[in-house]
Design a protein around this ligand. Sequence first.
Ligand SMILES: CC(C)(COP(=O)(O)OP(=O)(O)OC[C@H]1O[C@@H](n2cnc3c(N)ncnc32)[C@H](O)[C@@H]1OP(=O)(O)O)[C@@H](O)C(=O)NCCC(=O)NCCS
Length: 300
Amino acid sequence: MTKCIVAVECAIEHSGKFLIIQRPQGVHAEGLLSFPGGKFEATDGVEGTDALLQAVKREVFEEVGIKLEDQIHYVTSSYFIETQTKSPVVDIIYRCEISRRPIDLKVCPREVPHHAWLTPEEIVKAPNCPEWLAGYLSLISRQKMTIRPYQPEDVQDLANIYYHTIHKVNTQDYSREQLQVWAPQTSLQTDRWAQKFAKTKPFVAIAENQVVGFAEFEPNGHIDCFYCHHEWIGRGVGSLLMKHIHKKANELGIARIFAEVSITAKPFFERYGFVTVTEQSVVKDGIELTNYKMEKNLVS
Ligand SMILES: CC(C)(COP(=O)(O)OP(=O)(O)OC[C@H]1O[C@@H](n2cnc3c(N)ncnc32)[C@H](O)[C@@H]1OP(=O)(O)O)[C@@H](O)C(=O)NCCC(=O)NCCS
């Protein structure tokens, strides 16, 4: 029977950048970008998670000379067949954010021909970034997103998200005229929003220390505003907000959640189990806008 290899890698993050290495010639995935790491080797008397954490610390130190002293978090595992040896490999990915500076980096040139500190955007744009590395970065970004209650200081961020998301994202489904009445220039002003949010107390999604989305959820199960920052579309912000709404509904014993959903957001709501009750036409300042009354029953 072929022996299964266990490998450990660590996404080392510092000031918003990750330490990325280029895999050397003659190894699996040669020339492609990767996090530092190496093959798992057992330490006598150490088992379970501790053994894996010791291995990732040791492998990172051997490859790039960094002592991982900050907290190490599990990200995910993957399975593949190594091209050279045809051995099955289980690859375990961790992440560690280093807060102290400067970092003592002593790269082993035999194992790492090239290395660089890169932002996630720079990594995914690189021609030798493999699909799986982009996937790990997306998972890390999702794991680091949080939801917190609205604070009055958020009001301008939320107004900006509302205005720019409608004009940059919903533009695929609505005319310029429709977008103007949905989000006029005045919607960037905060006075009315401040009054509304004081009552509705939205949930706010945070990533990389900035507000990246928000949702209003009323005690009767109604979802009102639900918007993600246009630069964060498709990166899990909507899912995080939607899961939070489901959790709150569950806590409050709400049996049905419902919303008036844009053409753009309809597939997203369907993905979370909402069904269309009716298509409707809303008239605002004499201009018609199509949206959908959608609902989801939480108790069967
Ligand atoms: C709709 C919206 C809230 C979704 O948020 P998001 O952060 O982009 O969604 P996520 O990244 O969490 O996506 C979750 C899933 O839904 C899918 N999805 C999201 N938007 C989609 C769309 N317009 N069409 C098809 N699928 C979509 C994603 O592909 C993803 O699927 P996956 O998990 O299989 O990859 C966001 O795109 C948005 O703000 N849209 C514009 C504003 C708007 O219309 N708001 C609603 C007013 S009612």
